[in-house]
Design a protein around this ligand. Structure first.
Ligand code: FE2
Ligand code: FE2
Length: 549
């Protein structure tokens, strides 16, 4: 053995030890190709991953095999001097490899074709028996390293994908479809590493609109252009089938998408077997490669889960709504028990919404507080009419019976798991800001904001409407009562919000009473109200103050 050959074999012997010193995992394979390239005196090395079972490569009926599959089927290194002459279709990535000698080494492990290592020489080269022996010694190390790399890479990818899918599910569980689109589009965009991601959603029966997007200057436009990508989305939407479209770098000059150059777009329907809700489109991988099967599969899984979650959410909403409708029906039944209080529940709901909105609470919360307002006296359903509507002074026992209604309201609503915030608001509407209310003598901000709002709305509607046991008071008196109890029975911020809400209401309140002018309302809100004269007999308003509303 000459010295040069000896040195090459010594290098092969050192290879496993040298490999262990390469600490970064992603540098191990390049280190091995480089070692093999040097050992064989070649000038270029490149790996082409395949990862397909050998049995699939030998599928019958394929007469002109792509070169990589052909090499694997040979199960040994193949020297190629002129690929075209040999009837081989070289991979697109090798079109710039114009070298006189190409050497392809198949990397096969456990009957899986992992890939092909391509080596090129700028000179015409003949590889001898010694080279073949060197290759035979090194290739198992490369194949094993590639196998580990593929496995680890796949595990990592799977873990990343699982995280994405779990994230999508969690997002969909907690929030509605419209709210989660932004997060889903972001997650998909990050996971697939693409230039642009768009989600189109159904608008009406047949049309689509852009609902969320990253990397698209036109993503927020809401319109679906008649450019190639818009047409692709429409096609996928109507056929409910994934499409991969190549644009070959053509500059699209559609008016809605002025500066986008597309190479490849994947469009996946967001659909269940029954219905189609929209389309996800991903444009151009950042690394310039084509989309791989696992990426398309991931998109399909994300879209499938979105469709399922959308339908679940719709179903839950329907169930929730029918539950809510049933309780609202109860509140209406309660109002119907007495012609005098015919619209009390609904008025309290409406005033509560307006006060909550004037306080600047989010729309959703205002809606929930409105519902609590409608339901606040639900517990009165079990109290006999003759006690509720007794025109004379209540006995202590009757008074206590009526006072039990907020607790009863809470008990009825405890059965509705989705309405627990509503239940809390309704069950605390007789607590007072100063801590002298009932049933729990809560004080200040320890009373839920909904409870504080409804307390005020309830008192205002009660004073401004007729009851069996007394006539309505004047608007001026009612408003003075609100101011007088500012910081006592009522949260001061809520009182201010009520005055603002009345300005917005216009000329009459919900019971048809004329409302004062804006200036007069402001005077009543800011001027200290006159003290109540100590009357020998209780006045209507005082009688009211001692009677639960
Ligand atoms: Fe009440
Ligand atoms: Fe009430």
């Amino acid at each position: 053995m000459d010295d040069a050959l000896l040195a090459r074999w010594q290098a092969v012997a050192r290879l496993p030890g040298d490999l262990e010193k390469v600490t970064r995992r992603d540098e191990r394979l390049p280190f091995l190709y480089e070692a093999l390239r040097r050992l064989l005196g070649m000038s270029r090395a490149r790996l082409f991953p395949i990862k397909r079972p050998m049995a699939e490569l030998s599928a019958p009926g394929r007469n002109k095999l792509p070169v990589l599959e052909y090499i694997c089927l040979q199960r040994q290194p193949v020297m190629v001097s002129n690929a075209e002459d040999e009837g081989l279709a070289l991979p697109r990535e090798l079109s710039d490899w114009k070298f006189p000698t190409l050497l392809f080494i198949p990397l096969i492990s456990r009957e899986v074709a992992l890939g092909v290592l391509a080596l090129a020489s700028e000179e015409v080269k003949e590889l001898g028996g010694a080279d073949a022996e060197l290759i035979e010694a090194v290739v198992p190390i490369v194949a094993r390293t590639l196998e580990i790399e593929t496995m680890v890479g796949e595990n990592e990818r799977q873990a990343r994908y699982n995280k994405l899918l779990e994230g999508v599910e969690a997002l969909m569980r907690d929030r509605g479809w419209a709210e989660i689109l932004g997060s889903v589009v972001h997650e998909v965009h990050q996971s697939l590493q693409v230039e642009r991601t768009l989600i189109f959603a159904r608008r009406g029966q047949e049309s689509l609109e852009v609902r969320a997007g990253i990397g698209c200057p036109y993503a927020s436009a809401g319109n679906l252009g008649d450019d190639a990508c818009g047409l692709l989305a429409k096609k996928v939407f109507s056929h409910r089938k994934t499409e991969v479209q190549n644009f070959n770098g053509i500059l699209d000059l559609g008016l809605t998408r002025p500066f986008c150059i597309e190479r490849q777009v994947v469009a996946v329907p967001i659909a269940s077997p029954e219905r189609v809700h929209g389309v996800i489109e991903c444009f151009n991988r950042l690394d310039g490669k084509d989309f791989e099967g696992h990426q398309i599969e991931l998109l399909e899984r994300v879209a499938g889960r979105m469709a399922l979650a959308i339908e679940n959410a719709e179903l839950l909403d329907q169930i929730r709504q029918s539950g809510i409708n049933a309780v609202i029906g109860l509140a209406t039944a309660l109002d119907a028990k007495d012609a005098y209080t015919a619209s009390h529940s609904h008025n309290v709901g409406e005033y509560s919404f307006r006060i909550a909105a004037a306080l600047g609470l989010p729309y959703d919360q205002c809606e929930r507080i409105k519902l609590a307002g409608i339901l606040h006296d639900l517990g009165k359903i079990g109290i006999p009419d003759d006690v509720l509507n007794k025109p004379d002074k209540l006995t202590d026992a009757e008074f206590e019976l009526i006072k039990s209604h907020p607790v009863k309201t809470g008990k009825i609503m405890a059965h509705f798991h989705d309405l627990q915030d509503v239940r809390l608001s309704a069950a605390t509407h007789h607590e007072r800001w100063d801590g002298f209310g009932y049933p729990d003598r809560l004080k200040g901000e320890s009373i839920p904001i909904g409870g504080r709002i409804i307390c005020l709305a309830d008192a205002f509607d009660t004073l401004t409407s007729d009851r069996k046991y007394r006539a309505r008071v004047t608007m001026e008196f009612a408003l003075q009562e609100m101011s007088r109890n500012r910081g006592r029975q009522f949260d001061p911020a809520c009182v201010d919000a009520l005055f603002r809400a009345l300005v917005d209401l216009g000329s009459v309140d919900l019971n048809g009473n004329a409302l004062p002018s804006h200036e007069e309302l402001e005077r009543l809100r800011t001027e200290p109200p006159p003290p109540l004269k100590p009357p020998p007999k209780p006045k209507p308003a005082e009688a009211e103050a001692t009677r639960p509303a």
